[in-house]
Ligand binder design. Structure first.
Ligand code: SF4
Ligand code: SF4
Length: 494
């Protein structure tokens, strides 16, 4: 049975077979590994190693001073060559501090610290700390710290765990490969997550029905009683089924409120690769130093999935896939709908990077077309899986009318690109929405700064007034005591 759906979305050419013909290959150790220190909150993690230092695989290289983002680990052994500013694999195209590690080819690992199969004997806080220290973040693209997401449900009653195996974006097959070849890791991770969330059942693994090998592999593994309470939920292959809110709607019928999180409707959602990483961390003591990455597109000689060390330059991966073809014209990190173009293949793979796509311009829709005026055809609104009105938002984005843009819920836009794809006027709608979101973020930050400044100012004034009152009170008392003392003394002349 195939589960029914959310509104909008697109049926796209999947281009999955190009890279899914063989099992994932283990990529060789590159000469250099690069670890950006940039974190989601815009700050840098602090390096805890220095240039010239020898490090082991799995050793911590950098930590978040506030300990919110999980630490960064070395993904092979070698010498720290530098801590320097380099281009970042980020849509902003900005540069930032990176740790550069020259590998020694020995791949010596630090001693693993595992909890083991008896994880249910341990306090929940120990498990969450272990997940944090293992460097685990959302591996479906968002990169959000996993332990924080698991704690996020604290105030809400969670009754459902959803594993996201939808992998709806064209070309990307790394989760498909993981489910085909390592179902026990995915399902083992699901069991640990269920334990952490206090669930004995109600774990749904959402997977698009065009992944029959992965479904068969998972179903085979699920025959063991070990995995009771976990069910496979096949979904129609419609983009963007894998969007968190769309997946929750498709599987449970529940709608995450605007500005809300899945926990608000009793759901925790984790990517299948994140679940597998949790399993390896808890049961085998492995920190997150590698992941499966799809290297594909008409610009790659032999598209494939590779098990890649985090920090590996993209050029190394393309080389291991036979190099570029003559059609290689554009390099994208991620898929064709939500990924972003990279200026160079010297940028490294991060924990949340799932795909390297090399396209030619002919395969990019509307790449040569100039934007024309909106003809108000309504195609974009029909395709939007969040039921937004992209043409209205575009109208207000052009005039930077932030209150109206907000009113039209631009912050709910998941940047799926469906509206761009269908727009007959070739308007780069998502670019407008990203820019508007960024303006709204800045405005909110400024407001919050101003509010903090106001509170600080008022608190200082209140403190100064209080201190003034205390001083006056003290002076008054001293004066009264003095007057009293003077009155009680006999007059010198009497
Ligand atoms: S699809 Fe393009 S042309 Fe049609 S209404 Fe939307 S923005 Fe306007
Ligand atoms: S990019 Fe945003 S506005 Fe456009 S279809 Fe996707 S969610 Fe809707």
């Amino acid at each position: 049975m195939t589960t029914s759906y959310f509104t909008g979305g697109l049926h796209l050419d999947t281009h999955k077979t190009e890279s899914s013909g063989v099992a994932p290959l283990v990529a060789s150790i590159p000469e250099t590994l690069i670890f950006p220190l940039f974190m989601r909150n815009g700050q840098d993690a602090q390096a805890v190693v220095e240039a010239g230092q020898h490090v082991l695989k799995g050793q911590i290289l950098a930590r978040d001073p506030e300990n919110l983002t999980p630490p960064v680990h070395a993904s092979s052994s070698g010498i720290i060559a530098a801590i320097e500013t380099r281009a970042l694999p980020h849509p902003s195209g900005l540069s930032g501090r990176c740790i550069v590690l020259n590998t020694d080819g020995l791949d010596q690992a630090r001693e693993a610290s595992s909890i083991g199969e008896n994880y249910s004997d341990y306090p929940l806080e120990t498990l969450l700390r272990h997940i944090h220290e293992a460097g685990i973040v959302g591996m479906g693209g968002a990169g959000f710290p996993t332990d924080i997401k698991l704690r996020g449900g604290g105030a809400c009653a969670i009754d459902t765990l959803i594993l996201n195996g939808a992998e709806c974006e064209p070309y990307i097959t790394c989760d498909d490969m993981l489910m085909r070849y390592h179902p026990e890791e995915v399902l083992g991770g699901a069991r640990i997550l269920m334990h952490i969330l206090g669930l004995s059942g109600n774990c749904l693994l959402g997977i698009e029905n065009d992944m029959p090998e992965a479904i068969a592999s998972l179903e085979h593994t699920l025959q063991s009683e070990t995995y009771s309470g976990i069910a496979i939920a096949p979904l129609a292959a419609i983009y963007p089924t894998g969007g968190e809110k769309q997946l929750i709607k498709a599987l449970t019928g529940r709608e995450v409120p605007s500005g809300g999180i899945p926990a608000n409707v009793g759901v925790v959602c984790q990517n299948v690769a994140t679940a597998a990483a949790i399993y390896r961390a808890i049961v085998h003591g492995e920190v997150l130093t590698s992941r499966i990455v799809t290297v594909t597109g008409v610009g790659v000689s032999q598209p494939a999935n590779l098990v890649v060390r985090i920090g590996t330059p993209i050029s190394d991966l393309v080389k291991q896939c036979g190099g570029y073809t003559q059609r290689a014209e554009r390099l994208i990190l991620g898929g064709p709908m939500m990924g972003w173009a990279l200026p160079s293949d010297e940028l490294p793979i991060t924990r949340s990077a799932n795909c390297v796509l090399v396209q030619d311009m002919a395969t990019i829709p509307h790449h040569n077309a100039s934007a024309l005026p909106c003809i108000r055809c309504g195609e974009c609104a029909q395709a939007c899986p969040v039921s937004l009105l992209p043409q209205q938002m575009h109208w207000y984005c052009r005039s930077e009318n932030l209150p109206r843009i907000e009113e039209y819920r631009v912050m709910d836009c998941i940047e799926c690109g469906c509206c761009n794809y269908v727009c007959p006027s070739h308007i780069p709608l998502v670019q407008y929405f990203r820019a508007a979101k960024s303006l709204l973020f800045t405005q909110a930050k400024e407001r919050s700064k101003a509010e903090h400044a106001r509170i600080r100012f008022e608190a200082r004034q209140a403190r100064q007034q209080h201190e003034k009152r205390l001083r006056e009170e003290s002076t008054r008392r001293k004066r009264e005591m003095l007057e009293k003392a003077n009155k009680s003394q006999p007059e010198a002349s009497s």
